[in-house]
Design a binder for this molecule. Structure first.
Ligand code: ASN
Ligand code: ZN
Ligand code: CA
Length: 333
């Protein structure tokens, strides 16, 4: 049977109406992205194993914006995976998680009232729960990019998911979760240095994590200390998230896309930001060519300095900003 790449329409839960790349096979359409390594989005329909069923239908319109329509979260997941693919390809020159042009796949509607999303190496796939009361699927752009980035980290540095390397692994997913959201330039979900601000995971509308001052969440650390490797990796990520914010935007108060941040430094010295476009290049180069499975905070400093030196020179403002931003989170001097 013949197949063709099509341009469908998604009515997402969090990102408004978006274009989706789909496939037409005879008289039916599926959420198969033939332009991005064949990424597919499957419906687990509250199951917790296997792939469920590939989303398919008689027209090329997906969801209605409400989470009660099972196609809506699928549209978010399909869109988030496409954005993340495009970001790595167009900004960093990498074709898919393994760099081989082959896509992962996505599964939505995992379990009942399941309040999490996750990456699995074993299936090479992203999985999304529907949140409390199945009313807030964990499928926003930043969460989708966060989960897909766990796949990238696994296939590059391989940062072990515990201790300081675990915090760096988590931070890498938050960093690129944020940069993909900026890259999307979606008016319904504007770019920010917050993670999970769309999904109401706490029930009071506040974000899951804050990169300007990670301690705003009540648990994450703003700066490195000996012993940070003993706390949950979603909290030991704080200093690296904070580093990335300082390197991009600088210390103090700043408003970006209508959100106001106030980023402190542990040494009280100011940091001048170099812009997100340079900061993301430095982190990606460090992740893919400097970090190893056991890289800790000291090693992340060394690795990002090496990356900045290669990209901009060791006598550059960018190199000095990397030094200053790490000093601002109590790493190195
Ligand atoms: N959503 C979580 C994460 O990506 C799942 C986990 O803790 N493994 O970090
Ligand atoms: Zn994670
Ligand atoms: Ca966000």
């Amino acid at each position: 049977e013949w197949e063709a790449v099509r341009n469908g329409t998604g009515h997402t839960v969090y990102s408004g109406t978006v274009d989706l790349t789909t496939t037409q096979s005879g008289s039916s359409y599926t959420l198969t992205d033939g332009a991005r390594g064949g990424h597919r989005t499957y419906n687990l329909n509250r199951g917790t194993s296997g792939t469920g069923t590939l989303f398919s239908g008689p027209d090329d319109v997906w969801g209605n914006g409400s989470p009660s329509n099972l196609e809506s979260a699928a549209a978010d997941a399909h869109y988030g995976a496409a954005l993340t693919w495009d970001y790595y390809k167009n900004v960093h020159g990498r074709s898919g998680i393994r760099g081989d042009g082959v896509a992962a796949y996505s599964r939505v509607h995992y379990g009942n009232n399941y309040v999490n999303a996750f990456w699995s190496d074993s299936c090479f796939c992203m999985t999304y729960g529907d949140g409390a009361n199945n009313a807030n699927p964990l499928t926003s752009i930043d969460v989708a990019a966060h989960e897909m980035t766990h796949g990238l980290t696994s296939h590059t540095a391989g940062l072990v998911y515990s201790g300081e390397s675990g915090g760096l692994n988590e931070a890498t997913s938050d960093i690129f979760g944020a940069t993909v959201e900026f890259y999307a330039n979606n008016s319904s979900d504007v770019g920010d240095y917050l993670i999970g601000e769309e999904i109401n995971i706490r029930g009071d509308g506040t974000p899951l994590r804050y990169m300007d001052k990670p301690s705003r969440d009540g648990s994450s650390k703003d700066s490195w200390y000996s012993g940070i490797g003993s706390i949950d990796v979603h909290y030991s990520s704080g200093p690296a998230n904070h580093f990335f914010y300082l390197l991009s935007e600088g210390s103090g108060t700043k408003t970006v896309n209508g959100v106001t941040y106030d980023s402190p430094t542990s040494d009280g010295l100011p940091v001048t930001g170099i812009g997100r476009a340079k900061a993301e290049k430095i982190w990606f180069r460090a992740l893919t060519t400097k970090f190893t499975s056991t890289t800790n905070y000291a090693g992340a400093r060394t690795g990002t300095l090496a990356a900045a030196g290669e990209l901009y020179g060791t006598d550059s403002a960018e190199y000095r900003a990397v030094q200053d931003a790490w000093a601002g989170v109590n790493v190195g001097s």
